[in-house]
Ligand binder design. Sequence first.
Ligand SMILES: NC(=O)c1ccc[n+]([C@@H]2O[C@H](COP(=O)([O-])OP(=O)(O)OC[C@H]3O[C@@H](n4cnc5c(N)ncnc54)[C@H](OP(=O)(O)O)[C@@H]3O)[C@@H](O)[C@H]2O)c1
Length: 287
Amino acid sequence: MKMRQLGPEGPQVSVVGLGGMLLSITGRPPEDQSLRVIDSALDFGVTLFETSDAYALDDSELGHNERLLTRGLEGQRDKVTLVTTVGLRRPGGAWCVDSSPEYLTESVERCLRNQAVSALDVALLYSSDKKIPYEESVGTLFRLKEQGKIKHVGICNADVPLIQRAEAVGPIQVVQNRWHPLAREVEKNGVLDYCAQTGKAFLAYSPFGGTLGAPTLTTLGKLSDQARRRRLSPYQLVLAWMINKTPTTFAISGARRAESIEDSAGAGSVEFDADAVRAVENTIPTV
Ligand SMILES: NC(=O)c1ccc[n+]([C@@H]2O[C@H](COP(=O)([O-])OP(=O)(O)OC[C@H]3O[C@@H](n4cnc5c(N)ncnc54)[C@H](OP(=O)(O)O)[C@@H]3O)[C@@H](O)[C@H]2O)c1
């Protein structure tokens, strides 16, 4: 498994990470299966885990995923990095943005309790909130950092102008956006290049298009052919493409089965040169 620095000031972590969301939302597996997924991730070299207080069925059990990961990572916690997304409420199971200073502060305090730590490794602001100036939301995370409650700050779901507004508030280590073969905005809007140029970690979430998108990958004939030629699964081919496209990219893969994360982790040691990266891109249909 290749390791990379998670942003200019961040720790070294595995290029393939496990996203915890599917282990805690509707359709989640039984707990013993979830713990096996976390265990397998560790066994296969994953040291980067993504979570959120909002990864739960609804707001009556906020922190479900953090508590699960904390249990699954017991004894290994100092060897791994947890990236925590904040700024989402779950009333009645819906997903609602709340980036108010009050809610972000309350969230971070709750995360500290759920993770049983004195400082979050990395806290990411989920998104801008129409009701609150963006700088105020980002500034809240930096205030909590000054208080020693967050080690590193990042943002999610941002284009380059928004990243630059966040950077004007303080040093941003991580940007996490959606990126998968059929959703390639970050290649076109400059986010990937900007992160590479400035040394920020780019975390690709939903690299297979989520639970609905993942099965369709095997139906992309040219991609499957290319994967077979390289003795990789189609999923490994996609992750290897992303990780090798820029030197600061990490892939956050979701899994409810241990087999899935074991397979995905295998992509973390695949080296592609620029020609191989282009060859994979040529197998992806233009959408
Ligand atoms: N902060 C944000 O803005 C944000 C937003 C969305 C998601 N995220 C994070 O990103 C993570 C990943 O995104 P995601 O879960 O939406 O989607 P994803 O990783 O694109 O897809 C997950 C699906 O892919 C399947 N899968 C994974 N690896 C596989 C493999 N090697 N072979 C075959 N199937 C495989 C899984 O199957 P099984 O379930 O059967 O194992 C699951 O159905 C989330 O879990 C979450 O933690 C963050």
